[in-house]
Write a protein that binds this ligand. Structure first.
Ligand code: FMN
Length: 344
């Protein structure tokens, strides 16, 4: 199977992608591959105030380079941000993806995400321009979208996606319409229709909850994208079922990598110039990890809670543990909770 880790804002930062990829390499089935994406980055933000959004571009060199995802407000900034990525991040990304998926009001108010589906002729022109810019570069081009604005809109969206597929190398289709938001039972019929007629490979996305489900129920799709069920469950892209000890070791590693991001942000991203910054090496991260003060209340410890809750979901007393975690602010306090779990 060709598996993809869905881009998720505030979730798929570089530390999470790194943990997920490492686990995949360790336990993957021989024929499987895993593609990752950055959280979406506001192209306008990058052009106007790069240090504010550039943390989304933080990545570490692994076997497979991630796809960098963009959304936008002004067309000229989308095109400029794309050119800046081509110039400055050649070594770090393999693709650029345009987000025409996002249902958030804040993004849609700025003409981004799903709002692009309300202006299909203009969106198609932009996609053609992006495709042109990327044609002669090292990057390939991908678009993420959904089943349309509502049920009645599906027919037009089908036509639109088939057109889009002529200008992209890859197309991700989420089966819900904008109106359905996060609810409703999965109906992959729409994606099957796109897959049948599209000129490029199509990735199926939405509500895929396990490796087994992906390989059995979705065997008609050779590309599968998993999002929410991979949060705190980086093993989902493999058949491996982790032990509690493995989970605890992964939590520690994930948390310490999140803290190193904080160090790097202060050192390289905040003062960044010319739209670029040096990407970390494994060696540098190991060095930064040694500099973590176990009694300092880092912001990353609070940010890590959403992953911790998911990692520990389903284990006995997970509700009580959640309450403890909410009170913890230092690495040492988190380690105390984890050692209690180990000794249970
Ligand atoms: C917290 C969160 C943040 C998301 N951020 C993005 C994003 O930045 N770009 C994007 O294309 N999709 C984003 N998505 C959508 C996911 O990529 C995915 O399409 C959606 O969650 C459905 O897949 P799933 O059912 O496997 O989670 C986000 C979803 C969630 C839950």
């Amino acid at each position: 199977m060709k598996l993809c880790f869905a881009p998720m804002d505030w979730i798929t930062n570089w530390a999470t992608r790194y943990i997920t990829e490492n686990i995949f390499e360790q336990y993957k089935e021989k024929e499987d591959t895993l593609q990752t994406r950055t959280e979406f980055m506001n192209a306008d933000g990058f052009v106007i105030n790069p240090w504010w959004v550039a943390k989304h571009l933080l990545t570490i060199q692994t076997k497979n380079k991630p796809i960098a995802q963009l959304f936008w407000w002004r067309k000229e900034n989308l095109l400029k941000a794309t050119s800046l990525l081509i110039e400055n991040f050649k070594e770090n990304f393999s693709w650029i993806e345009l987000n025409t998926w996002c249902p958030s009001n804040t993004v849609m108010k700025c003409w981004g995400g799903s709002d692009m589906l309300k202006h299909r002729p203009e969106t198609l022109d932009i996609i053609k321009e992006l495709s042109n810019i990327l044609k002669d570069s090292w990057l390939t081009f991908s678009v993420k979208s959904r089943a349309g604005l509502n049920e009645e809109d599906k027919k037009e969206q089908l036509w639109f996606l088939i057109e889009v597929s002529k200008y992209t190398d890859l197309l991700t289709v989420h089966w819900r319409t904008l109106k359905q938001l996060y609810m409703w039972e999965a109906d992959f019929y729409f994606i099957k229709k796109v897959k049948k007629e599209a000129s490029c490979p199509v990735i199926a996305n939405g509500w895929i909850t396990s490796y087994e489900q992906a390989s059995e129920k979705f065997k008609d799709f050779n590309w599968i994208m998993i999002g929410q069920w991979a949060i705190g469950n980086p093993w989902i892209f493999t058949k491996h079922q982790p032990t509690l000890d493995e989970k605890i070791d992964t939590i520690k590693k994930h948390l310490s990598l999140m803290i190193t991001t904080e160090f790097r942000f202060e050192k390289y991203i905040k003062p960044m110039k010319n739209y670029t910054f040096p990407q970390p090496t494994i060696k540098e991260l190991e060095h930064l990890e040694k500099g973590i003060d176990y009694n300092t209340p880092y912001h990353s410890i609070v940010e890590f809670r959403k992953y911790a809750f998911q990692y520990l979901k389903g284990i006995p007393c997970s509700r009580e543990i959640k309450q403890w975690i909410l009170q913890k602010k230092t690495f040492n306090e988190m380690l105390e909770i984890l050692s209690l779990l180990k000794n249970k």
